[in-house]
Ligand binder design. Structure first.
Ligand SMILES: [Zn+2]
Length: 101
């Protein structure tokens, strides 16, 4: 089974000073704070490259993450990146504006 196409997000870019299209940078960022993790998927402006971290999990304990994903986040597993970046429902649920196409 293939993955859905990567979602692109329209949002205001601080570098460009206007709304721009952001594309997935193909990386996660993980921040451990004691027993809690924050996980982001990194997006970047298509024009100036300014990055924007999309929160995936906030203050979650590692054992509550979906099985096997913790290592994938640390390793920037590309299948996992595609899985999250292609999840239109996730982005819509967060209220982000999706670019067409
Ligand atoms: Zn920009």
């Amino acid at each position: 089974m293939g993955y859905a196409k990567e979602c692109k997000i329209i949002r205001r870019c601080g570098g460009c000073g206007k709304k721009m299209v952001f594309e997935c940078a193909g990386k996660f960022r993980v921040n451990a704070n004691g027993r809690r993790l924050d996980v982001w998927l990194i997006y970047r402006c298509q024009r100036c490259g300014r990055t924007w971290n999309v929160p995936l999990f906030e203050r979650i304990s590692p054992e509550k993450l979906p099985a096997g994903q913790y290592e994938g986040f640390l390793d920037n597993d590309q299948e996992l990146v595609r899985q999250y970046a292609g999840d239109r429902g996730f982005f819509k649920g967060k209220g982000y504006e999706l670019a067409k196409g």
